[in-house]
Write a protein that binds this ligand. Structure first.
Ligand code: ACO
Length: 330
């Protein structure tokens, strides 16, 4: 490749988010659940979460987050030619939430589909969108993580119901041909996706259309998930650094899936990254599954912490187990 030839990258040009209703604190939960603010905070770092009302659907939240991302980018719905929604809590079994979002925003005919990889969903969706953009199948996409996780909770199971929340985050991802393919050029530098279906029974929902015919409830062996999360996150961040031939100290911001501050701190320690360089929203949002990374990204972009040109490392693990990471020059 000659020095002057340009390289196709997909860059993030807008971010947005949406959280439903007023936050519900741990102390609020104490009133109806045999739990304590102290237990939840100490084990997870969660202090509050948002719980969507009965009549608020995943697509309602996705649409709001997408609107904000579009506004931030300066584009109109008519400028979009692809939509991917990462979700494990669709409005209906089908159609995809992405199709509903397309109709409600007035996005012209284009590919629109959902990706289901639970808490890793946004990283998976980003990877797929990056491929579609770089191969010219879409020029400018909405990539959304949206979840109504509280719709999957058994409110009698205190080991899981205190951990999750609802919300949505969105980005506009578009083709850029300005760079020469260096690590300094903006865009998604690499994505790394993994799954180990042998571990499907440590985190799952005990229902579904082709089995019980019911939606079901989330079931988790917390300690086992914790153990694999620490191990797999350390592995995927190392793979990302090696693949890009960079050092951990080159990273400006770690944007982890927001499930548990102890898992996040273990990953930061592995990278020798001070917690000041980790975007943390778990205290305010709880675990919002596929929405958690774009929600955190949006918070840190809109409050001015993340700036154009910063190097971002995104990483997540969820049911499947699935896990993954993305390195992005913002
Ligand atoms: N309030 C008070 N006490 C509780 C609660 C609660 N909400 N939940 C459990 N306890 C009690 C248990 O009954 C147990 O009591 P016992 O010792 O008398 O039996 C005690 O607390 C310890 O329970 P553990 O389950 O062993 O607690 P642990 O330290 O493992 O923490 C937790 C649980 C927070 C769930 C942790 O295991 C964890 O964070 N796991 C990872 C979760 C995760 O990362 N998920 C990400 C993916 S999520 C997705 O993909 C959808």
């Amino acid at each position: 490749m000659s020095e002057s030839s340009s390289v196709k990258r997909s860059i993030i040009t807008g971010v947005g988010s949406f959280l439903p209703g007023e936050p519900v604190s741990n102390v609020d939960l104490e009133k109806t659940i045999d739990t304590s603010d102290e237990w939840i905070k100490k084990r997870t770092g969660i202090e509050r979460r948002h719980i969507a009302a009965k009549d608020v659907s995943t697509s309602d939240m996705a649409v709001e987050a997408a609107r904000q991302a579009l506004e931030h980018s300066g584009y109109q719905p008519s400028d979009i030619d692809g939509i991917i929604v990462a979700t494990t809590t669709p409005d209906q079994t089908f159609p995809a939430v992405a199709a509903t979002v397309q109709a409600r925003l007035g996005v012209p005919i284009c590919p629109a589909f959902d990706v289901q990889a639970v808490c890793s969903g946004f990283v998976y969706a980003l990877s797929v969108a990056d491929s579609l953009v770089r191969t010219g199948q879409s020029k400018r996409m909405l990539v959304i993580g949206a979840e109504k996780m509280t719709s999957l909770l058994d409110w009698n199971d205190r080991t899981t119901c205190v951990l999750f929340g609802d919300g949505a985050g969105a980005i506009v991802l578009e083709l850029d041909e300005q760079g020469q393919g260096s690590i300094e050029d903006r865009g998604i530098l690499s994505t790394h996706l993994f799954a180990n279906g042998e571990l499907k029974d440590i985190l799952y929902v005990n229902g579904g259309p082709s089995t019980t015919g019911q939606v079901g409830h989330l079931v988790m062996e917390g300690r086992e998930v914790f153990r694999y999360a620490v191990e797999y996150m350390a592995d995927v961040v190392q793979k990302t650094l090696d693949h890009n031939n960079i050092k951990a100290s080159d990273i400006d911001w770690l944007i982890p899936h927001q499930a548990n501050t102890r898992i996040i701190a273990a990953t930061a320690k592995k990278l020798d990254l001070p917690m000041e360089q980790v975007v943390l929203t778990v205290a305010d949002h709880g675990n919002t599954s596929a929405a958690s990374i774009p929600l955190a990204l949006s918070a840190a972009v809109h409050d001015g912490r993340i700036k154009k040109g910063d190097l971002l490392l995104l990483e997540a693990l969820g049911g499947g187990l699935t896990w993954g990471a993305a390195l992005i020059r913002f």
